[in-house]
Design a protein around this ligand. Sequence first.
Ligand code: NAI
Ligand code: PYR
Length: 315
Amino acid sequence: MTYRILIPKKVHESGIQLLEAAGCEIVRPPDTRASTLREYAADADAILARTEPITDEVIEQAARLKVIARHGAGYDNISLEKASEMGITVTNVPLGNTNAVAELVVTLIMAASRNLVGVNREFAKGNYEIRDAAIGSEVEGKTLGIVGYGHIGRLVSKKCRKGLCMKIRVYDPFLDEATLENGVEAVENLEAFLAECDYVSLHVPLMEATRNMIGTDQFRQMKENCVLINASRGGVVDEKALLEALDDGEIGMAALDVFEEEPPSSDHPLIAHDRVIATPHLGAQTTEAMENLSVAAAEEILRVLSGEAPLNRVN
Ligand SMILES: NC(=O)C1=CN([C@@H]2O[C@H](COP(=O)(O)OP(=O)(O)OC[C@H]3O[C@@H](n4cnc5c(N)ncnc54)[C@H](O)[C@@H]3O)[C@@H](O)[C@H]2O)C=CC1
Ligand SMILES: CC(=O)C(=O)O
């Protein structure tokens, strides 16, 4: 039997080759609208999903569907409830892009500390004298607060503590104390945690408890020059409150890799804001991570289709 694998978005060729070598047929829809995915999912055995929403509507008529393999760590774009109800296995790849995201976060921290993007914009317009106004700050000895001390949070902590000599504070109500590295302190109270940090980096999954967890009250608790970094999910931050906090001088800068709606509208006020560094969900966009994710997701599909247990089932 030839299995049909629906792959709505571009993935690294190595995962495709693995599936084709196993005799699977790759099916590529023309777009990722729910109605299109629904039509194509109807006779698919597996979906290899990136960040496109795999909603109830997409899978409810998919009678042959056995597995949805997420090409990445987060799976908030997949209706786990509907998948479970229909006996469909959902998998993720917990470690495939951990380093890629952690390196992006380090890049954003460093870029924010020197306002590199804003200075570059000015210099490109011919404003060499911007250097007189471009007095940055050094990160050594500054406090980085990590919200969510999981795979990515822990690696960001390690790189920033050992490489950049930053002080690290952690806020994670589900923290396993045994995973805390030497020199890293956990703070139980979010308000006290935010008040202490020069940089706050978010690494929590998007779910009901974390939706808009950083909003007006939290911005008021931050230092006025605090830099917020969000490479988790856009919905974790109340974007309207963030815009107000930047405009009212309640925080210093924001570095955002993710947005509540993706892609965001071209006139999204945070993207062109002069105290925001914005990237288009670039966390996993390295050659290494793309290959890891494509292969690992393809392997999970082949495991499930051949009756084996997957390595990382999330439902
Ligand atoms: N920008 C990008 O391209 C990427 C973004 N991500 C996002 O990053 C998220 C985190 O990834 P991982 O570190 O691999 O996940 P993980 O599951 O290893 O860690 C998540 C951590 O968040 C903690 N947590 C849960 N609820 C919390 C709360 N209310 N307050 C504070 N902490 C809480 C958990 O205890 C856990 O330690 C993913 O769920 C995904 O949404 C992941 C990969 C790439
Ligand atoms: C790429 C991404 O956002 C994830 O792995 O969750």
